[in-house]
Design a protein around this ligand. Structure first.
Ligand SMILES: Nc1nc2c(ncn2[C@@H]2O[C@H](COP(=O)(O)OP(=O)(O)OP(=O)(O)O)[C@@H](O)[C@H]2O)c(=O)[nH]1
Ligand SMILES: [Mg+2]
Length: 406
């Protein structure tokens, strides 16, 4: 087993903050595939698994087999207790693999044994050394059955309590995308979200910017914040701003697919000399509008950074890091009718309840709870683009039939 544990592995080229992505268990390791293929500068990739066969095909810089004596190199067979135990037994190796890290991403699929059990242990180890830790948790498909889903939900709660910030992706949401794509391409969207979030964070911190956000801004905004959305969008051509905003503010895969109710926002914009300052401010305005949508009382605390460069001519890149979400009380800010409509429209993975039986305590953070609390799907998550950008009243995003709702 290749165990190239050492501070410089994966970071050789960087003089800036060190970012480590740890993939844990089968899904966690797979989700790093795109990062591994691209071998981005300043990012160390660590694959952790009980399953040595899965590790063998990983392209990570560091591969850690845990719990060797317990699982004999196989997986845990879906037992989180074994996953937890395996990580505890090899905690020294894990600590060595993440040593020197400034920002740690923990990528994991919940519902099995290794990812569910070992991820919170890795988070604990990171916390002990004061590393800012962001979890990227993939929730199982609705068809995997109640036992797996229960394990995943319990794992999510535990992981959430151990990390600074958490992004949750739903495997079931793959169905919301273009279903004519090949499975590889469709599943690749999850890898892409992880890739884009990691790269965006690195670029926000290290890219020379005209108005800079730095590691301390990231730390201040993400430390101990819980649910988090990192959205990245790039647009080109005439509708570049609309395109970039729509992509940055709505993810079809993430459980929280919008930034509504976010009280803390970091906004980073990359643009070319062809974009005027009016457009820059319009983007800020659109992001604030979106955060206040359904939450008129929320006054987001927004910090902006931007860089302008020749090679961004004709393009715009928008990165939004949103945290501190105000929860929406079902039925308070939406009428009953709208709640019911959202329930029908929302791809509630388990299809468990109607609006009438909606338990209010179930929030967006319970992916299978089918609540609409702060959670909406593409149908009612249209980005409002200020008139100054479009020349018309707000429009963009969502589906045709929603046009009249605006
Ligand atoms: N998107 C995606 N999800 C996956 C993949 N593999 C597994 N999953 C999901 O992740 C959950 C956990 O599965 P694994 O990651 O294989 O489990 P593990 O952590 O390796 O745990 P054990 O094998 O039981 O020790 C599953 O229930 C699936 O929903 C994958 O390659 N991509
Ligand atoms: Mg496994």
């Amino acid at each position: 087993m290749d165990e190239k544990v050492g501070i410089s592995v994966g970071y050789e080229e960087t003089s800036g903050p060190k970012i480590t992505v740890v993939g844990i268990g089968g899904a966690g390791c797979n989700s790093m595939n795109l990062l591994a293929k691209k071998q981005e500068e300043g990012i160390r990739l660590v694959a952790i698994n009980t399953d040595k066969y899965s590790l063998a095909s990983s392209l990570a810089h560091v591969k850690l087999q845990i719990g060797e004596n317990m699982t004999k190199g196989g997986g845990t067979g879906g037992d989180p207790e074994k996953g937890r135990e395996a990580a505890r037994k090899d905690s020294d190796k894990i600590a060595a693999a993440i040593e020197g890290t400034d920002v740690l991403f923990i990528a994991t699929g919940l519902g099995g044994g290794t990812g569910t059990g070992a991820s919170p242990v890795v988070a604990e180890i990171a916390k002990e050394t004061g590393i800012l830790t962001i979890a990227f948790a993939i929730m199982p498909f609705d068809f995997e059955g109640p036992e797996t889903i229960k394990k995943a939900q319990e794992g999510l709660e535990e992981l959430r309590s151990k990390v600074d910030a958490i992004m949750v992706a739903l495997n079931s949401n793959i169905k919301n995308g273009d279903v004519t794509r090949s499975p590889k391409e469709a599943f690749g969207e999850i890898d892409t979200i992880l890739y884009e979030s990691v790269i965006a964070l690195r670029d926000v911190i290290v890219k020379p910017s005209d108005m800079r956000l730095d590691l301390s801004d990231i730390k201040a905004r993400l430390s101990g914040r819980g649910k988090t959305v990192i959205g990245v969008g790039e647009g080109t051509g005439e509708r570049k701003v609309e395109e970039a905003l729509e992509k940055a503010l709505h993810s079809p895969i993430l459980e929280r697919n919008n930034i509504r109710g976010a009280k803390s926002i970091l906004l980073h914009i990359g643009l070319g000399p062809d974009t005027d300052v009016k457009t820059l401010f319009s983007i800020v305005e659109a992001v604030i509008e979106e955060a206040k949508e359904n939450f008129p009382e929320v006054e987001p605390n927004l910090k902006m950074g931007y860089f302008q460069s020749e090679d961004m001519e004709g393009r715009i890149r928008i990165t939004v890091i949103a945290t501190d979400f105000e929860e929406e009380e079902v039925g308070k800010t939406m009428g009953e009718e709208e709640v019911a409509k959202n329930m029908n429209a929302t791809a509630a993975p388990m299809g468990t309840s109607s609006a009438a039986s909606l338990p209010e305590e179930q929030g967006w953070d319970t992916p299978y709870g089918s609540s609409t609390k702060g959670r909406t799907n593409r149908r009612n998550t249209r980005v409002k683009i200020p008139r100054s950008i479009t020349g018309k009243d707000y429009l963009f995003g969502g589906e045709e039939e929603d046009e009249k709702e605006i």
